[in-house]
Design a binder for this molecule. Sequence first.
Ligand code: MRU
Length: 345
Amino acid sequence: MSFTTVRLGEQGVELLDQRLLPHEERYIVLKTAEEVARAIEEMVVRGAPAIGIAAAMGMAIELARASDAKLAETLTQVGARLRATRPTAVNLSWALERMEGELRSLLAAGAEPDAVREAARTLAQRLHDEDVASCRAIGDVGAPLVPERSIVLTHCNAGGLATAGYGTALGVIRSAAREGRVRDVLVSETRPFLQGSRLTAWELSRDRIPVTLITDSMAGSLMRLGQVDLVVVGADRIAANGDVANKIGTYALAVLAQAHGLPFYVAAPLSTIDFETACGDEIPIEQRAPEEVLHFAGQSIAPEGVKALHPAFDVTPAELVSAVVTERGLVRPPYGPGLARLRNR
Ligand code: MRU
C-alpha cells in the first residue's frame, strides 16, 4: 500500500484528506483534539477502525498540550467530544476506552505527568500497529473464501483508507488477488458520499487489482446475469447475535445475494464486535445532513425545498451473512456462540 491514512507525527495527527480523493493527495496536520473531532465529522478520515485510531491519536496530542493539573479532566472532556463525533462505528468508543482505561490506571498509580503523556502516544501507536496486523490476518483468513477467477462485489470503502492499512473487505480481496484468484472487483459507487468510486476504486487501481465501477442499482441485475461470484463488505458494528451495521446499501446487497444464492461475507476486526449490544435494532444509526443527498459535487440535484433522508448506515440481519471473517478466524452461524468463542480465544 503506497499511502498513509493516519499517522501520529511530531507536529500532530497527520491525515490523508479523503474528501479530495481521487483527484488530489493532500495530507493535513491536526494539532488539537477538537481539530481531529471535526475531521472525523467532516469525513476527512472515515471508516470504523480509522476513526478509532485517529481519535486515540487526537487524545494523545491533547494530553501533550494539557497542564499537569488538567490531565485527568482533559481525558474525560476529550473522550466525550471524540465519542460524540459519529455514533455507529463501535471502534471509536473501543479505542477511546482502551486509552482512557490505561491512562486512568497510570494516573491513579501516581505516574509522572510526562510518563502519562508518553504512554498516550505509545498506546495510540500500538492501536495503529495492531490494526494493520489484524487486517493482514483478516486477509489470510478470508482469502481462501475466494474461488479461482472470482468476480467479487464490494460496497463503500473497507480498505486501507478505512483502517490503519491494508483493509478488512479489501484485505480479503488484496490477499486473494495476490494469490491470483480475483478476476475482477465490482465496486458499487456508494451514494451519496461515493466511497466506492472515489476511494475503493482509487485504492484498488493503485494496487493494480482489476476494478470495475458500477452504480448501486446495478448489483441485482449483474447477479441475475451470473456476473458476481461473491460479496465481501466491512462493518461498523457487529452485534453479539451477528447482526451487522455497515454503509447504507449493504442490507440490499445481502438480500440480493441471498436471492441469487451467492455468499455474503463480512470482514471485520474484533474491535468492531460489540458484545454489549444484543442485536442490530440496538445499534445507533447516524443520520447525516440531507444536503449530502440533495447535492452532488457542490451542485443541487433536486428541486428547491424537496426533503431528503440520509441514514448513513443500515443493519443486515445475521441470517443473511454467510460468515464473519476476523483476525482470529472465521465464524459461521450461529453467530452468538461463535463470536463469543472468538472473544475468549
Ligand atoms: O461513512 P463511512 O465512510 O465511515 O462508512 C464506512 C463503512 O461503512 C465501512 O464499510 C466500515 O466502516 C468498515 S471499514 C473497514
